[in-house]
Design a binder for this molecule. Structure first.
Ligand SMILES: Nc1ncnc2c1ncn2[C@@H]1O[C@H](COP(=O)(O)OP(=O)(O)O)[C@@H](O)[C@H]1O
Ligand code: SF4
Ligand SMILES: [Mg+2]
Length: 375
């Protein structure tokens, strides 16, 4: 599944649309029981100018997925699969090579701007040193570019702002400055790990609008990582939902959020507050996500799922195209027939089924997928 480049103006020169391709990525971390998969067979692609949302509760493996792209995993981590940036393999790249990729081609913004902004240095020093070091710009050129970047992220009085320390600014303004810093070397990909989690709702909306504008104006490929599916409802082109290190559902944003097929996605959506009925009780998902090492070759959501059947604890469901998904015509006749029969009896583990599903628009890894349109 790939986000399309629909928002980039048609008069821009043609370039390879798919920028980042992650295929069957595994990240295995050392634990007392040996190495365990924190990321298990994750695949997605992001085109230039597109936003992909990666959602899931804490501990699903979202940050480890992003860190694998930057080569910044915990000591002793092992990886498998492929991470290609414009065709270049990053997973097996040397640390020296990755240092050139980090910041320059793939930039990271995190939940807490304090991790990317030094509290004791002025905004100007931080922005300009970064550019002078990485881009070899003169002092004046770096200063001019820093003003331009702060203007881009809509910091008022950018000249003055350069002289202040980060602590002078509100949380939302600090996140804008962190985004300016991430853009300093004109990266191709922006990884935004919970970029709005520490901010109140109005400020959140402003940061999301900014990311939306930047991907359009700069053709940036953006990965927004969040525990809150609501964050993705306005800006993401595509959504992947992660649980226990695996992608359990993926597709176009309107499909995943409007017609969720996986019980976990539905539970995440049901747990969101409803602005139109603020007094209605929140419906948190019972239980907690599995610990690293507690996931076997079965459905990781099984202990918390009200729809589980016997197969759920015995086999691992693979991503399977949902009945009624937009790309149903892409499947061969046999698998299309299977998708229109009782979903609970469909064997989604067969290889041919899975391969056919790989071309689909909306997939879920569940033995009991919802009928189209159901919530
Ligand atoms: N430095 C680390 N050492 C060992 N385990 C870790 C480390 N960081 C994260 N984990 C474990 O890896 C799994 C995935 O974590 P993470 O990618 O941070 O999840 P998310 O970002 O979705 O909250 C979790 O089980 C977490 O406890
Ligand atoms: S595979 Fe079974 S346990 Fe897992 S989400 Fe689907 S119905 Fe629930
Ligand atoms: Mg995280």
């Amino acid at each position: 599944m790939t986000a399309t480049r629909q928002t980039v103006p048609a008069d821009q020169p043609a370039q390879t649309a798919r920028l980042l391709e992650v295929e069957n990525l595994t990240v295995s971390l050392p634990t007392r029981q040996g190495h365990c998969n924190a990321v298990d067979g994750v695949s997605f692609g992001i085109d230039r100018g597109a936003i992909l949302g990666l959602a899931g509760e804490s501990g699903s493996g979202k940050t480890m997925t992003a860190m694998a792209m930057l080569g910044l995993l915990p000591h002793g981590a092992r990886t498998g699969g492929s991470i290609r940036l414009a065709g270049t393999e990053l997973r097996t790249m040397s640390q020296r090579g990755l240092r050139n990729v980090r910041g320059r081609r793939i930039a990271l913004i995190s939940q807490d701007p304090a991790t990317s902004l030094h509290p004791m240095l002025s905004v100007g020093t931080q922005l300009t040193e970064h550019m002078r070091h990485h881009l070899g710009l003169s002092k004046d050129a770096a200063h001019a570019r820093a003003v331009e970047l702060l203007t881009t992220v809509r910091i008022p009085n950018p000249e003055q702002a350069l002289g202040h320390h980060p602590g002078v600014f509100s949380g939302g303004m600090r996140q804008r400055i962190a985004i300016a810093s991430a853009l300093a070397c004109d990266p191709d990909v922006l990884l935004a790990d919970e970029p709005t989690t520490a901010l109140d709702v109005t400020v959140q909306a402003g940061i999301l609008r900014l990311l939306d504008r930047l991907r359009r104006e700069r053709g940036l490929a953006v990965l927004i990582i969040t525990h809150d599916l609501g964050v993705l409802s306005a800006v993401a082109d595509d959504v992947c939902v992660m649980y226990g290190g695996r992608i359990v559902e993926r597709g176009r944003r309107a499909e995943v959020l409007g017609r969720p097929g996986h019980p976990y996605t539905r539970a995440l959506l049901d747990a969101l507050p409803h602005p139109e009925t603020p007094d209605s009780a929140l419906r948190p998902i019972p239980g907690s996500p599995p610990a690293l090492g507690a996931i076997g070759d079965w459905c990781a959501f099984e202990p918390r799922c009200g729809l589980r059947i016997e197969a759920c604890g015995q086999r691992r469901p693979l991503l399977n195209m949902l009945p009624g998904a937009p790309a149903a015509a892409l499947r061969d006749a046999a698998t299309t027939d299977a998708s229109t029969t009782d979903a609970s009896t469909t064997d989604v583990t067969s290889t041919s089924d899975h391969e056919a599903a790989a071309t689909s628009e909306h997939e879920a890894a569940c033995f009991v997928t919802a009928p189209a349109g159901a919530r």
